[in-house]
Design a protein around this ligand. Structure first.
Ligand SMILES: [Zn+2]
Length: 311
């Protein structure tokens, strides 16, 4: 927009009625999302280095379709755009992606997201899980220094599944039938590097040393110190890895040895998950990845979330 025209627009704001202000706000918001969405896309276009099909570095621009720049590979002759080969490639209505990302930053339920975006529940659901494919995979490469580790539990859920239920359906939010730990409780491992705050969180098959170790051992640095509540699996893992370990009963502190960071992470995670009234166990890792992202950066905006989602 020309500077003089923009100046005039701002001046005219002073003449708007209350109802016109509401309408103008809506139009501005829509425009802002459109611009931000295309900025993310532009950055992704600039970042393309190779053809997603054959990895060739030589390609040329080949027209624009649906607002997306297309490219043509000189080696395999296939055409592609910035989203080809990413989890978001097959999602239509790219103009809504930034708004969807904002809903995810706000931690909205599928129903609330569908309403805000003006799309069907099933569409919002599909987008959600496509957006979470990348965040789910992003885990710390290494945990160093004092590393706290402990498990937390989520009730097994077959939410959204209509056929082949292994047990009669429950009303959502129902407590576990059996008290304490049982097969109905799905264990989630959380391990946190105390100094950097880097956090691993993952569904584990069981609380056996083998299953905890499978997720935990590869990311522990050789000189770290593993702090746990004394559950024997951690001692087994530390011994196998040849690292130091300390066990302190939960809620106790012995000098710098404690798992308070994990305890508070667990309560943040549980508090955040509460809004979903239980999530299907098969999607739990997606939600853990989503929470990791938001917990790591509490100033995250839609643009950053969207960028991560199609990595
Ligand atoms: Zn190619």
């Amino acid at each position: 927009m020309k500077p003089t025209a923009f100046k005039k627009l701002i001046e005219d704001v002073g003449t708007l009625s209350a109802s016109e202000c509401i309408e103008a706000k809506k139009a501005l918001r829509g425009r802002e999302q459109e611009v931000q969405g295309s900025l993310v896309l532009r950055e992704a276009e600039d970042a393309i280095k190779t053809c997603p099909y054959c990895d060739c570095e030589h390609f040329t621009k080949s027209g624009v379709r649906d607002g997306r720049q297309r490219f043509k590979c000189k080696a395999c002759s296939k055409t592609f755009n910035a989203l080809t080969g990413t989890p978001l490639a097959r999602l239509r209505m790219a103009e809504k992606h930034i708004e969807n990302a904002e809903c995810m930053v706000d931690g909205l339920s599928v129903a609330a997201t569908a309403e805000r975006l003006g799309v069907a529940f099933t569409t919002a659901f599909r987008w959600r899980h496509r957006f979470l494919r990348s965040p789910q995979k992003i885990q710390p490469l290494q945990l160093t220094g004092v590393v706290e580790a402990d498990e937390t539990f989520f009730i097994e859920s077959f939410k959204g599944q209509r056929k082949g239920l292994p047990r009669p359906a429950k009303v959502r939010g129902t407590k576990a039938v059996k008290p304490g730990l049982s097969k109905e409780q799905i264990p989630v491992l959380v391990a946190r590097d105390r100094s950097s705050g880097a956090t691993l969180s993952a569904v584990i098959a069981s609380r056996k040393a083998k299953d905890i170790g499978e997720k935990l051992s590869p990311v522990l640095s050789d000189d770290c110190l593993l702090c746990s509540d004394g559950y024997k699996a951690y001692g087994v893992i530390a011994k196998a890895k040849g690292i130091q370990s300390k066990s302190v009963p939960a809620k106790k502190v012995a000098g710098s040895y404690h798992i308070q960071n994990i305890n508070s992470y667990h309560s943040r995670l549980k508090g955040w998950m509460h809004r979903f009234y239980g999530v299907a166990t098969k999607n739990l890792d997606n939600y853990l990845g989503w929470h990791r992202m938001l917990d790591k950066d509490n100033c995250m905006d839609g643009k950053t979330f969207l960028n991560t989602s199609f990595r």
